[in-house]
Design a protein around this ligand. Structure first.
Ligand code: ZN
Ligand code: ZN
Length: 157
């Protein structure tokens, strides 16, 4: 495929081939292009990795085209889900294509998992704050040492 042709087809709906809107949704069919990482937020912990493993093993070439790299996407009947829930993945771009209401049919995180994720977030925030404070303190100490040196010089005069 020519590069210009690729560019022209960029960010088109994999199904209707019309340009996607700014939210990477298709106004015509209501489908959505989503980053894999969204599944980490929505689905049980480890679910995304399981999906990727199954896509690699059992995925079938889809007639839908990845809007970003313009290669054929990989279709997968989502394991352990509603019957017939089929999503299209592009492993290269880490994107998935879903028709309207398909994402909400994916398994969701349990309350316990949500709490675990929230706890991890809080711990990470606390670590970051601590690192920032330590950097500030070390800056202040350097500043103080510098001021002390300047005062020392002034006294010598
Ligand atoms: Zn569409
Ligand atoms: Zn792609």
């Amino acid at each position: 495929m020519m590069e210009t042709e690729k560019l022209m087809r960029k960010v088109d709906c994999p199904k209707c081939r019309v340009p996607l809107n700014v939210a990477r949704m298709c106004d015509q069919c209501g489908g959505t292009l989503t980053a894999f990482t969204l599944l980490n937020h929505v689905c049980p912990i480890g679910y995304l990795q399981r999906c990727i493993d199954v896509v690699k093993k059992e995925g079938k070439p889809s007639d839908r085209i990845c809007p970003t790299c313009v290669d054929a996407m990989t279709a997968l009947i989502i394991p352990g889900s509603d019957p017939g829930l089929e999503l299209d993945f592009c492993l290269k771009c880490q994107l998935l294509w879903s028709d309207p209401n398909e994402l909400s049919r994916l398994p969701q995180k349990s309350e316990l998992e949500k709490a675990q994720v929230e706890a991890e977030r809080l711990i990470n925030d606390a670590r970051k704050n601590q690192a920032e404070l330590e950097a500030k303190i070390s800056n202040l100490q350097q500043q103080a040492a510098l001021n002390g040196a300047v005062i020392g010089l002034l006294l010598i005069d």
